[in-house]
Design a protein around this ligand. Structure first.
Ligand code: 6PG
Length: 251
């Protein structure tokens, strides 16, 4: 099942379905040596996922969080306590509520002035902790990468017409985003495509035109960054709500 598209009533149901995948991946890992590398995403849809996972854990769900090693798929160039920080959002809405902290949490230091060295160091960290891809040992393999998609078809911090999209040898790249005049840090396309599973959480009517373009076959396959995500040896799951799927014929 290399690529699957599922449509849900709303963003809350996308979060529930994605939380089911997080639980399943962690339980699978707990039976295979209890090492599970997960990359978290920023965005409002992933935030609902964090709330759902925190709620389940508080409610007594036996989720093997001890097997998780947490990374980020991308980060803004802001300090860890900044309101725009993807790390802060995950810490406040998931990691602190479930009591996960310490040396298995690996914040992406996108705010460092030596951004290229910081990106290289984070890439080395991934190479140290994750298995290498069978297809190409250059690429570390995540058990699960959680992603969102913007209305412009970006994912992680791989925005249209930005340098990181062209990265062929970097695991992690600093990325200047002209439309916002900001720096970001992001996993690169080859790393996303080395993953065992990628879940794309897409919700809201602002995404409908782009989803219609991409999943409705209205545009060439290389039109938007998110279209470059095709895990060669893994699964890609599009988890979409009805508002974002409004332009699809079957919606
Ligand atoms: C970020 C995210 C970004 C996000 C999308 C979708 O740092 O903002 O990595 O890729 O996932 O923009 O965000 P929404 O779910 O809020 O639309």
């Amino acid at each position: 099942m290399p690529e699957q598209v599922e449509i849900f009533a709303d963003a809350a149901e996308v979060a529930v379905a994605t939380a089911d995948r997080v639980e399943a991946v962690l339980r699978d890992a707990s039976a295979r040596g209890c090492e599970c590398a997960i990359a978290l995403s920023g965005g409002s849809t992933p935030a609902l996922l964090f709330d759902e996972l925190a709620r389940r854990t508080a409610g007594g769900a036996q989720i093997p969080w001890g097997c998780a090693r947490i990374f980020w798929g991308d980060e803004r160039a802001v300090p860890p306590d900044h309101e725009d920080s993807n790390y802060r959002m995950a810490r406040d809405r998931l990691l602190d509520p479930i009591g996960l902290a310490g040396d298995r949490i690996h914040r992406m230091p996108a705010e460092r002035a030596d951004r290229d060295e910081a990106a290289r160091e984070y890439g080395r960290l991934l190479a140290e902790h994750l298995p290498a891809s069978d297809g190409d040992p250059s690429w570390p393999v995540f058990d699960l990468i959680l992603l969102g998609m913007g209305p412009d078809g970006h994912t992680a911090s791989l925005f249209p017409n930005t340098q990181a999209l062209e990265a062929e040898s970097e695991i992690v790249s600093a990325n200047y985003v002209p439309k916002f005049d900001v720096w970001r840090m992001t996993l690169t396309v080859p790393v996303l495509n080395a993953a065992r599973e990628v879940v794309l959480m897409v919700s809201g009517e602002s995404k409908a035109e782009r989803i219609g373009d991409i999943l409705g076959g209205r545009v060439p396959a290389d039109s938007f960054p998110v279209q470059q995500i095709h895990p060669a040896g893994g699964d890609l799951r599009w988890m979409i709500d009805r508002a974002a799927a409004a332009d699809l014929p079957m919606a």
